[in-house]
Write a protein of this length. Structure first.
Length: 257
């Protein structure tokens, strides 16, 4: 099936995005040559972060220097927001932690891996904005502590060794089941359980369109594959005129139960 034909008929779309959307805005892939996984040496676990001050200092330097603070949404982010404004987006599932989808205008966002824009105290659970902690680092603090209890601050992004929030994962699975098309953008689909959402959507009868420069383990279940820069391919797909089709039928539709 042609990807444009699939998009033309789709009216209840769940989008799954990954690092390839953010790299187009200058944000490095988490596991790429400039990503946190590589910069901290194989990606240190949450346990080592909490126990080793040198790991925390390196992480805080990385956060303070992160391109996130100067990055802007690109055409792929804006195209997904256009889908929501058109009333065709069921849910946006993202593996990214940079908040660029929200800045582009998307609101129906499920952040599978949390957000880098917040902090949480590992001791008392107090929440705060990452920008405040980063400002303290830039002012000279190497390992800013919790202003409430003096405990250890970490990012609200899911760390190595942390499971996904079960409520977030549950919402993501419902969104995968409750769509007539899953549009997968800029992800290698190599990280579970997020990648498994694609197979779940396909099993529920949704068409799957994968937009990624490289092959993925889930290409075999896709109805269409689109290669090329996502900031070009995704706006092109979203701009395809909608055609009339039959009623949307998904596992989330009570009439199919």
């Amino acid at each position: 099936m042609d990807a444009r034909d699939a998009m033309a008929a789709a009216r209840r779309i769940t989008v799954l995005t990954g690092a390839g959307v953010s790299t187009a805005s200058g944000i490095p892939d988490f596991r790429g040559t400039s990503g946190l996984w590589t910069r901290l040496g194989r990606g240190d676990t949450l346990e080592s972060y909490l126990k080793d001050p040198s790991v925390r200092r390196a992480a805080w330097r990385f956060r303070a220097e992160h391109p996130l603070w100067t990055a802007s949404p690109n055409a792929a982010h804006r195209a997904v927001a256009d889908l929501e404004r058109a009333g065709r987006l069921r849910t946006l599932l993202t593996q990214n932690v940079d908040g660029l989808h929200q800045r582009a205008g998307s609101s129906a966002v499920v952040e599978l891996h949390g957000s880098m824009l917040g902090t949480v105290c590992a001791d008392c659970g107090a929440l705060g904005p990452m920008a405040d902690a980063v400002a303290r680092v830039r002012a000279g603090e190497e390992d800013p502590d919790c202003t409430t209890c003096g405990g250890t601050l970490k990012s609200t992004a899911v760390a190595f060794g942390e499971p996904l929030d079960p409520d977030v994962l549950r919402s993501a699975r419902v969104a995968a089941l409750d769509c007539d098309l899953m549009l997968v953008v800029g992800t290698s689909l190599s990280v579970e359980p997020a990648a498994g959402l694609v197979g779940l959507a396909a099993q529920a009868g949704a068409l799957v369109v994968i937009c990624n420069d490289e092959p993925t383990p889930y290409d075999g279940v896709a109805s269409a594959l689109v290669r090329g820069p996502v900031q070009e391919t995704v706006p092109d797909l979203v701009a395809v005129p909608v055609v009339e089709s039959g009623p949307v039928r998904t596992w989330g539709d009570p009439s199919t139960w």
